[in-house]
Design a protein around this ligand. Structure first.
Ligand SMILES: NC(=O)c1ccc[n+]([C@@H]2O[C@H](COP(=O)([O-])OP(=O)(O)OC[C@H]3O[C@@H](n4cnc5c(N)ncnc54)[C@H](OP(=O)(O)O)[C@@H]3O)[C@@H](O)[C@H]2O)c1
Length: 239
């Protein structure tokens, strides 16, 4: 789909969760290559050594565990204090319940962990980022969701907590659009496809670069672009 896009992101500031590996690391690198200053959230800062220097200072690692609200607040503050603004939040960090368990036998601890990471985390990240995202028209939230959470794609095949967390994340996107679009916010959900990361495994169809493509495209939307939608491959898909 055609949409008004920023050609470059010079002068803009992004915060990406789960940016030490996989799709999040690629999104951070791609946004930095477009000129943004990117705060790359990771709960393992030792995994980020050298990233800031190698990126010429464009990618700045920041400690961020999305299950810990104080670390979310601190990461948002680090971006705003360090660079004076926040234009883009990419809620990328995620975990799954991949061991084939259906809900009737799934450990409650796993349900809690998946919902805390994939749904409560993005909700709190939005809560703390919104005051800054709303300071300039065209602030963006990109929620990295999954077709596994799409009500229209058939909810079976295990991973119940993951599926429901992503359905909830899509609900967060719809809420953000309903509540804040009038104040200039562009909030979207995206399914990156099946991607060869630690989560997706080696047999997945897509490279990490391909998986990052539509999330980065959504992070480039300008005011007037479509929002409040669920995307894959730059096309709108059903919730
Ligand atoms: N890969 C796919 O096929 C696929 C398909 C659809 C949707 N997605 C979605 O795409 C997103 C990225 O997935 P991926 O494939 O890149 O997964 P990945 O390679 O497993 O990476 C997950 C990232 O999330 C981080 N993370 C997990 N828990 C966290 C927490 N509590 N706080 C902060 N960071 C945390 C991990 O950090 P650590 O290194 O500290 O664990 C890691 O950086 C996820 O939301 C996923 O659901 C992926």
């Amino acid at each position: 789909m055609d949409a008004p896009l920023h050609d470059r992101l010079d002068g803009q500031v992004a915060l990406v969760t789960g940016a030490n590996r996989g799709i999040g690391a690629q999104v951070a690198a791609d946004l930095a290559a477009l000129g943004a200053t990117v705060y790359a959230g990771s709960r393992k800062l030792d995994a980020m050594q050298g990233v800031e220097t190698e990126s010429g200072g464009h990618v700045r690692p920041v400690r961020l565990d999305v299950t810990d609200e104080s670390s979310i607040e601190a990461a948002v503050a680090a971006a705003v204090d360090g660079s004076g603004r926040l234009d883009v939040l990419v809620n990328n960090a995620g975990i799954g319940d991949w061991h084939g368990a259906t809900l009737d036998v799934l450990d409650t601890e796993r349900i809690d962990a998946v919902l805390a990471t994939n749904l409560r985390g993005p909700m709190l990240a939005c809560k703390h980022a919104l005051p800054h995202l709303l300071e300039h028209e065209g602030g963006r939230v990109v929620n990295v969701s999954s077709g596994m959470g799409a009500l229209g794609e058939g909810m079976s095949g295990s991973a119940p907590a993951y599926r429901v967390s992503k359905t909830g994340l899509n609900g967060l996107t719809a809420y953000l659009h309903g509540e804040y679009a009038g104040r200039g916010l562009l909030a979207n959900s995206v399914c990156p496809g099946w991607v060869r990361t630690d989560m997706g495994g080696p047999n997945a169809q897509r490279s990490i670069e391909e998986g990052a493509e539509t999330p980065v495209w959504l992070a480039r939307l300008r005011p007037g672009a479509p929002a409040g939608l669920f995307w894959r491959d730059r096309a709108v898909i059903d919730w």
